[in-house]
Design a protein around this ligand. Structure first.
Ligand SMILES: Cc1cc2nc3c(=O)[nH]c(=O)nc-3n(C[C@H](O)[C@H](O)[C@H](O)COP(=O)(O)O)c2cc1C
Length: 279
């Protein structure tokens, strides 16, 4: 395991594969370097220690997460903490290829909730005038922000997480287990707990590929992907030399392999079955 880089700029350079200029003193003086290092050092974890997460901490983290901004202040995101052992077993059984989920002290499901918005109209005796794709998209974005906010709050409390979108492969079964009513849908699950290991952050595409100035420009994309493939393979050789030897593919080829067959092609149908209009 490589030693953690000393400064924020070192950490970013290691993650993005190119140097970052040090922040000028006056700017550096006002940043919370520890907070930024925590964000920049994010890693998805799939192993946890046995240490349980106190209920009071779960409620605190949920409240921090739900403090995220909310589109039009509609508050269209909810969190379901799956705590009952029977309920957990049912949810975990939906993803047998991820047995590590069972070890996580916390299992949460982040949901978009378009039901409450509609209830406001019912209470007001008004017809609901927003049956269109935006009515689905907004709760999905709100729930994603709450998920991210939960992960960052958890990191600040010493926990590590892994989002679980594979749960959506079995969206209808998950809906039935969690008793999700019409206009409520899962965005992602999340496993969380105290870490069992340290992880070196995974590399990311260079900023030249993902940070655009004034207008979109992806002329350098092919080069950026090629460079990233090389760094990705090198990182795998460091983390998991055995796996890297058995499957010495780059990031781009692996993603194509992963998505060679359509995944979750029935998601639109599920969303419509929950009452949303997608036009
Ligand atoms: C919305 C979302 C859903 C994800 N779903 C899964 C999942 O089902 N299973 C899994 O092992 N990882 C899942 N991940 C984690 C990604 O695989 C991970 O973020 C990616 O490999 C990059 O690794 P890093 O987070 O350690 O940098 C998910 C991440 C996001 C943002």
């Amino acid at each position: 395991m490589a030693a953690s880089p000393a400064t924020l700029t070192d950490l970013l350079a290691a993650r993005f594969g190119h140097p970052f200029e040090p922040l000028p003193g006056s700017v550096a003086a006002s940043i919370d370097e520890a907070a930024l290092r925590r964000i920049a050092g994010q890693s998805s974890h799939r192993r946890w220690s046995d240490q349980p997460v106190h209920d009071a901490l779960l409620r605190t983290l949920a409240a921090c997460a739900l403090s995220a901004p909310s589109k039009s202040y509609l508050q269209q995101a909810d969190i379901i903490a799956v705590q009952d052992s029977g309920q957990r077993r049912k949810v975990e059984a939906l993803v047998p290829k991820m047995p590590w989920m069972r070890q996580a002290p916390l299992l949460l499901v982040f949901c978009g909730n378009g039901r409450r918005f509609r209830q406001l109209f019912e209470r007001a005796g008004q017809p609901f005038a927003n049956e269109h794709l935006d009515g689905f998209f907004n709760p999905a974005v709100d729930a994603s922000l709450v998920l991210m906010n939960f992960m960052q709050s958890a990191a600040a409390a010493g926990l590590v997480c892994c989002p679980i979108s594979v749960l959506r492969d079995q969206a209808a079964a998950l809906r039935d287990i969690l008793a999700l009513p019409a206009h409520v849908f899962p965005v992602a699950g999340l496993c969380a707990g105290y870490p069992a290991e340290q992880r070196e952050p995974n590399p990311r595409l260079a900023l030249s590929a993902t940070l655009h100035l004034d207008r979109f420009d992806d002329q350098g994309q092919a080069q950026a992907i090629e460079d990233f493939d090389r760094r990705y393979v090198a990182a795998r050789q460091r983390h998991a030399p055995q796996a890297a030897q058995e499957a010495p593919q780059g990031w781009s080829q692996e993603r194509v392999q992963m998505y060679r067959e359509a995944q979750r092609a029935d998601w639109g149908q599920f969303v419509r079955s929950q009452g949303f209009r997608t036009e």
